[in-house]
Structure formats: C-alpha cells, structure tokens
Design a protein around this ligand. Structure first.
Ligand code: BGC
Length: 363
C-alpha cells in the first residue's frame, strides 16, 4: 500500500513537473519551415515567434533552405533534443515522408503545416487553409472581370513538389474550366490546358501535365522568365487585355512587371495570394489586382493548439480529411479572404494584420 502511494505520488510529481515545464515556457515541440527565400515563410516565422512569446513558450524554429536533406537533418536533431510534437512545412511534400517516418518511429506526433506531406501514413494532423478556395477565388476574380468571348487567359502555377500547387490549381480550374469551355477565355500559354478544356474534374496526373507546363517553381526568376517567354511568343492579338492566373504574390509581382512592360498589353488582371506587404503596396498602386489573405496568425494558433492537444494526451479538432496518397489525414481548414483595391484598407490595415505605416497612398 505504502509503495503504491509512493509510486502514485511520484507519478503525480512527474505530471506536476510536466505542467510546470509547460508553464515555465519550454514546450517539447519543434518547428521546421521550408525556406527563407519565399517571403511567405518569414511571415510564419514572425507570427510563430510572437504567438509563442505571448504564450510564454520557447520553441525552436529551423529552416530547411529548400533542401530536403537539410530538412531531414533538422527533424533528426529535434528528435534527439527530445521533442514530442513536430510541426513541419515540407519543402518537397513527397521527399519529406522520410522525415515524418523518422519522427513517427521516435514516438513524435507529426503535424503537417500548410503543405501536406505525401505518400506516408506517418502524418497525424494537417493544419491548413482552404487551398481549394484560394484557387477558386482567383477564378472568381478573373471571371467577374471578363466580358464577352475570347478573353486572353495566361495560367501559371506553383511548384510541382508542393501538394498545394495542385489544390490551388484544382480550385482555379473548377471556376475557370466552364468559362474556357464556353469560349469566355482562351488559354494562350498551355497546350495541355487547351487539350483538357472540356474536362471539369482533372486527375492528379492531368493537373500535373498542366502544372508541368506553367510552373513557376514558386521562384520569382522562373516566373519572370516564363512570363517573358510567353510574351515573346504571343501574337499582338493575344495581348491587349489579358487575364493572368498567378499562383502567389511573389510570382505575381514578377509576372505583372513583365506584362506591364509589354507595350501591346493594354490592361491586365492578375491574381495572387499571401497578402505580402510588397503586393499590398502593388494593389494600392494598381499594379496587382488581387491577393488572397491567408491570416497566418490563425494557422499558427491552430498549429500550437494542435501541439498542446497532443501534449495533453488529446487530439486536435477535425472537420475533414485530406488524402496524401497513403492515408486520410485529419484537418480543420481555415477560411481565406479575397483582397482587392476596394477592401484592402479594411481587410489588411483596419483588421490589424499590418500597421498602416507599412504602406503609402492607402486613403
Ligand atoms: C503556400 C503559399 C506560398 C507558396 C510558396 C505554398 O505552399 O501555401 O502561401 O506562397 O507555398 O512559398
């Protein structure tokens, strides 16, 4: 009896110590982000830091710098340091499966952050925005601004190694395809998209064919070169007013600068996402037409809440699942907001997302 009480007491002490450790600020959680070269992930780093500081937690954030081997080494070093939960945004969704497997073998819960790790069952949870809605918002914006038939449409996509690039494109296609099929738009820069124009729902392989042709690799110079090649190739009649489906803000600015410099392009509409500061300024100045605000604060809070749920022995909230090629991963996708010149002030500044001092000419 005495022994049982002693063991119980020791266990309670241990539980107490765990709770105290939480309160004192060390969460056994590690965060791995893909690269500092794509501005989106600097937003996430900053928002993670401020949320964790506010909550009094000290958590290590490592960057993989676009290198899956470095990503794996980062994960292994965090495992060695004793993390219990890994929050990881993969550089390459499929290559990251090995890192997720290593974490799973070490008893670490794996939260795929923003991008889904593919082809492994070692993913416990997926923290994400509604990426299909992001692409659909691009489609809606372009369709809303087009009238008549035969409008010039140029498609660009994210990196084929990023599962999101497929979901964004699928969302965009869901809105654009009927308008390509009925002649409202004519795709000018993808023979694969033209071939598939009467197909409402594309397989992953079909999506891959189009993406393979119009990928930016999430890279500004690739985007710029592709846009330049498209403009060099296009006849004058394929310019005039153009509609450009661009996959994120960084690539949108690179592409927009090319179209703006072409004297045969009289007017263009161009999409984006991430609400990057530079793109908000472009929108204010009329150089980019729209962006999609994905409030990174929400994603960061969801990721921290999911980690804490696991540490307390529970599991995070789930509203749906995403198939990663091997398993259905539970998730609770967050809403997105379309931002144009019309609502930029209320959505970006009045909402407190960025201070007004970041921008000029906002009124
Ligand atoms: C993210 C986007 C980002 C892109 C390039 C995607 O996976 O969802 O927000 O712009 O990667 O970094």
């Amino acid at each position: 009896m005495k022994r049982t009480i002693a063991i119980l007491f020791a266990l309670l002490m241990l539980a107490g110590m765990v709770t105290t450790a939480f309160a004192q600020g060390s969460l056994p959680v590690g965060i791995v982000l893909p690269t500092k070269d794509e501005p989106r992930w600097l937003q996430d780093e900053a928002r993670f830091k401020s949320a964790l500081t506010a909550a009094g937690y000290d958590v290590e954030i490592l960057f993989s710098q676009g290198d899956s081997a470095k990503e794996k080494a980062n994960v292994e070093s965090l495992i060695t340091k004793g993390i219990k939960v890994l929050i990881i945004c993969p550089q390459d969704g499929t290559a990251a499966a090995a890192a997720a497997d290593a974490a799973r073998r070490a008893g670490v819960k794996v939260i795929s952050y923003d991008r889904l790790i593919r082809e492994t069952a070692s993913v416990d949870y997926y923290v994400t925005f509604d990426s299909f809605a992001v692409g659909a918002a691009w489609g809606d914006y372009l369709v809303k601004n087009a009238s008549g038939k035969g409008n010039n449409l140029y498609l660009y996509a994210g990196a084929a190694s990023d599962n999101n690039a497929f979901i964004f494109f699928e969302g965009a296609w869901s809105v654009l395809q009927p308008k390509i099929a009925d002649g409202t738009f004519i795709v000018r820069n993808s023979t694969e998209a033209v071939k598939l124009m009467s197909k409402a729902k594309l397989t992953r392989e079909e999506l891959g064919k189009i993406i393979g042709q119009v990928t930016t690799d999430w890279n500004f110079s690739v985007a710029k070169n592709k846009a330049e090649a498209d403009m060099t190739k296009a006849k004058k009649a394929y310019k005039g007013t153009t509609f450009i489906c661009a996959p994120n803000d960084g690539t949108a600015r690179a592409i927009a600068d090319v179209y703006a410099a072409d004297r045969d392009v009289k007017k263009f509409y161009i999409t984006g996402q991430d609400a990057e500061v530079a793109s908000i300024q472009y929108i204010i100045n009329g150089k980019q037409s729209m962006t999609v605000l994905k409030d990174v604060r929400v994603l960061v809070n969801d990721a921290i809440a999911a980690a804490v749920a696991y540490l307390k022995g529970g599991s995070p909230a789930k509203t749906t699942t995403y198939n990663n090629g091997k398993a259905d991963i539970p998730a609770k996708p967050s809403a997105i907001i379309t931002v144009t010149r019309d609502n930029v002030k209320s959505a970006i500044v009045d909402s407190g997302y960025y201070p007004p001092s970041y921008f000029s000419g906002l009124e």
